[in-house]
Design a protein around this ligand. Sequence first.
Ligand code: SAM
Length: 247
Amino acid sequence: EPAIYLVATPIGNLGDITLRAIETLAGADILACEDTRVTRILLERYGISRRMFAYHEHNEQAAAQKLIDAVNEGKSVALCSDAGTPLISDPGYRLVSTAREAGVKVVPLPGPSALLAALSASGLPSDAFFFAGFLPNKASQRKTRLDQLAHIPGTLIFYESPRRLPQSLAAMAEVLGESRRAVVARELTKTFEEFRSAPLGELAAHYAEAESIRGEIVVCIEPPLQEEIAGEADIDRMLRDLAGQMS
Ligand code: SAM
């Protein structure tokens, strides 16, 4: 059926793919992927040989319109990224938002995503969480973002690169507090999968001294203590208390 199919693909272990994803990748009229070389490895594993079309951040706008035109001409389009779920810190947002505005059908094919794999096995509260993606590179912007996230009443989830991990953990410990528990999930679904759980201060110290940090990383941080969650009512009360002290 003509539509844009968002196909989740493995985040490391090539076995993590649904039957529906394989059928869709094999059967779609157009296969759009972030990096054709990466997706080719997956297709080869499942005996699929297809011509692919590159869809990445540098050609998103023009490519999105072409793909939408193709669906309007009766074709089916499968979109996948290098790993995990498209649009999750990956290209695709422009395509999906434009498609929705144009009334073009969009069909998700759920599957792996590093954030849910990390959260589900982290041991941290999973009833409410906030996915914050990658922190900004610049120290001042990183601190501002962490300040904004500090009082969210749920587990925080970040994507990180091994190179930046030590400085990010140090900033998290400084802004969110050394004692807030966190989990560094590394190399999910791969041979050297590892979960390291400790207060932020300890994690920052550990990775500051680690010789070499490799692989792909998700950081999950427990929610703030109840008394640290400032709601509007708390702020009103604080202001009234302050006013009371001054009179
Ligand atoms: N679309 C992907 C998803 O659904 O998870 C995320 C793509 S984003 C460009 C890549 C980042 O995801 C990595 O830098 C890392 O933070 C995280 N990631 C992806 N695969 C991972 C894995 N196997 N283990 C840990 N983190 C992973």
